[in-house]
Design a protein. Structure first.
Length: 234
């Protein structure tokens, strides 16, 4: 098994694998921009090595991989044919940039919030759409709730106190635009449907099972509620 025989080393802000080449696979290398992310960089490489084990197939040059919320790509290192370097989307998801700092930071922050609130880790695809009200992208205090919406939507509705309740006033933004404009919201985006957050003052994370059931029933019918597997109340 790859991961049991793979070692990791760190030099400066760069972490790499040792042992993959003996099994016919290029070594992997990732750089971060903050010493506080080095432990996360190592965990990222462990994740990728386990992926190699599970999939049974190699990672090719210029192949992409979702690491939780964010997308990374593996590219052949210049003048080092036996190494694949990690690059990642920039915050606006428009181009790939060297390193894996953002992917690691999102992974750590989102897992921390989910674990603290005993919630499943359910990051949306950053290319999905999120409904926001006026003032969200401009940095005003917000609250958000995630619903089980279709695949092209993240499920998140994020509003400020300016929101009147008129859903037609909401604007759909790509979720990567939201996390770029509001990095303070990114840690909460992996909370699953039924969860919400309120950052208007003291930070609160909430869970509303009744609201989640109502939404499931409205859009998907009674069977969806039964299939969701909510715990029975006595």
């Amino acid at each position: 098994m790859f991961w049991r025989r793979t070692r990791f080393s760190t030099e400066g802000l760069t972490t790499r694998t040792h042992g993959l080449l003996r099994r016919g696979h290029p070594e992997l290398r990732v750089a971060v921009n903050d010493p506080g992310l080095l432990a996360g960089a190592k965990e990222f490489l462990r994740f990728v090595v386990r992926y190699l084990d599970r999939s049974g197939r190699p990672i090719r040059d210029r192949e992409t991989l979702r690491y939780g919320y964010w997308l990374v790509k593996f590219v052949a290192a210049e003048r080092e044919s036996d190494i694949l370097d990690v690059v990642e989307f920039d915050p606006e998801a428009t181009t790939f940039v060297p390193g894996g700092s953002l992917a690691v930071r999102y992974w750590e922050e989102q897992h921390r919030v989910c674990k603290r609130n005993n919630a499943l880790f359910a990051p949306p695809d950053p290319d999905t759409l999120t409904a926001v009200s006026a003032g969200v992208m401009e940095g005003k205090p917000v609250q958000g709730m995630r619903y089980p919406w279709p695949a092209h939507m993240s499920g998140w509705v994020v509003v400020t106190d300016d929101y009147s309740g008129d859903v037609t006033s909401l604007v759909r933004e790509h979720t990567y635009h939201l996390s770029a404009a509001r990095p303070d919201l990114a840690p909460y985006l992996a909370l699953p449907p039924g969860f919400g957050f309120d950052l208007r003052g003291r930070v609160r994370v909430t869970y509303d099972e009744a609201l989640l059931k109502e939404h499931l029933r409205e859009y998907f019918g009674d069977e969806a509620v039964d299939e969701a597997g909510f715990p029975k109340r006595h």
